[in-house]
Design a binder for this molecule. Structure first.
Ligand code: SF4
Length: 445
């Protein structure tokens, strides 16, 4: 099929599934599309074609991706698939033979040529100008900053390295330049993302680069140092607890980066961690380090994700995890029941846990987490906190925002009374007056 020729500005619809990392890929594609003069269609009906950026990590995410492709085909008919699931074209073709083209994760060039093939770009590509910082799918006041692609680890339950390849770090001066452009464009909060943020630069042997006349090594600590110079909140996601992470805590204590660490621990029992092939974690030592971090940075928030019912996980090992959670007081935690992902090495492990046991462990985990969260919420009462405003409800005269302890989309919210006149992106001081397990209510301080 060849490109449609028309005089109207061609419109591409985007469906972005999966994690924040996939969202960054979608933003890059949208930036490229807009730079070439395509418009972004707000719905299926107005689009000349629809791009579905898929996730292929868990089976549930694969199903969601396949359903989204099906919906786009029904609603629009002309669909190009990209993203993690795109690395398995046979799976997609089998269910959806009508898709126009399939490309893998971050294959921006291939995505663009597939779009060109099916909807020709307009002759005047300056129809819409692209701002210097690119286009973002997130609200204007926060943005995701992707520092690398791929992953050098071999966690047994994960197929991301197979899908996305080995670690490739972006040069640190490029990352810092992008961050500065985002801040100049009005971004107040930057979320650093990758598959393994603290491994940043390992692949390039921490190559030194120059940024603003100073030498920065392509490594996690220097990245935090550089980002800490910007006038924005800097939030660190997907940090593996390698020993050098301890060096970033002083930057949190002095306010250069947010006192927030998103560390996907997945488990706490050494045997389970070994079978998971998790990098950078030792059970008891990890707990000691967390307690030390908390002593040095008292307002530190730790977010994490865990897997229960991993093959071979015994009741005793699961209880170790619960005890560890209570001792470490993990502030925010997501919990997944182990899923046997196709092509993952963990499928071949012995001792698969029955579904009903996984379910029961999941509920017990969530109960412990709810206790920790409730205690945490009560401890916030009366405190003065900084709140970044995400939305304003003028009718109710409230603003909805987040504290430094809350990342957008995954953590809690704050409802701020008398906030009807505020604007998204503003950072204001507020006093916490009520709390439930996850959210806070506050009034102007
Ligand atoms: S660190 Fe482990 S879980 Fe994360 S992407 Fe790499 S291999 Fe997968």
């Amino acid at each position: 099929m060849t490109g449609t020729t028309s005089t109207h500005q061609p419109k591409v619809g985007i469906v972005s599934l999966g994690c924040p990392k996939a969202l960054v890929d979608s933003e890059r594609i949208v930036t490229r599309l807009r730079a070439e003069g395509y418009a972004i269609a707000p719905d299926y009906k107005g689009a000349d074609l629809v791009l579905v950026n898929t996730c292929g990590f868990l089976d549930s995410a694969r199903d969601e991706s396949l359903d989204a492709i099906g919906e786009a085909i029904t609603e629009n008919g002309r669909v190009i698939v990209t993203g993690c699931l795109g690395a398995e074209p046979d799976v997609i073709r089998e269910r959806h033979p009508k898709v126009l083209a399939i490309t893998g994760p971050h294959q921006y060039e291939q995505v663009m040529s597939a779009v060109h093939e099916h909807v020709a770009p307009p002759p005047d590509k300056f129809l819409d100008l692209v701002p210097e910082s690119g286009l973002r799918l997130t609200p204007r006041h926060y943005a995701y900053l992707k520092i690398s692609e791929g992953c050098h680890n071999k966690c047994s339950f994960c197929i991301i390295p197979k899908l996305r390849g080995d670690l490739v770090s972006r040069p640190i001066d490029h990352v810092l330049r992008e961050a500065e452009q985002l801040v100049n464009a009005g971004v107040q909060e930057i979320m650093v993302i990758s598959q393994d943020t603290s491994a940043y630069g390992l692949d390039v042997k921490y190559a030194p680069r120059t940024w603003k006349g100073e030498e920065y090594e392509t490594r996690f600590l220097d990245l935090c140092r550089g980002l800490g110079e910007l006038e924005a909140w800097v939030r660190l996601h997907y940090v593996y607890p390698y020993p050098h992470v301890d060096k970033v805590l002083p930057l949190m204590a002095e306010g250069a980066v947010l006192p927030y660490l998103d560390i996907p621990f997945q488990h706490a029992h050494p045997e389970v961690l070994k079978r998971m092939r998790r990098p950078g974690q030792g059970g008891d030592k990890m707990l000691e380090r967390i307690l030390k971090w908390r002593a040095d940075v008292p307002d530190l928030t730790i977010r994490s994700t865990f897997i229960v019912g991993f093959p071979g996980e015994t009741e005793e090992q699961f209880e170790t995890l619960l005890d560890w959670m209570r001792a470490a007081k993990i502030d925010r935690a997501g919990c997944f029941k182990y899923e046997d992902v196709e092509h993952a090495d963990s499928r071949a492990l012995d001792g698969h846990v029955p579904e009903e046991v996984k379910e029961e462990r999941w509920h017990r985990f969530m109960e412990v987490q709810a206790e920790i969260s409730a205690e945490r919420g009560q401890a916030q009462l009366g405190k003065i906190v900084d709140v970044i405003v995400d939305e304003v409800d003028e009718d109710r005269d409230v603003a909805i925002g987040r504290t430094k302890a809350d990342a957008p989309e995954i953590d809690g919210k704050v409802e701020l009374a008398d906030g009807g006149e505020l604007e998204p992106g503003m950072i204001v001081e507020a006093r916490v007056v009520a709390a439930d397990h996850y959210d806070l209510w506050a009034e102007p301080a």
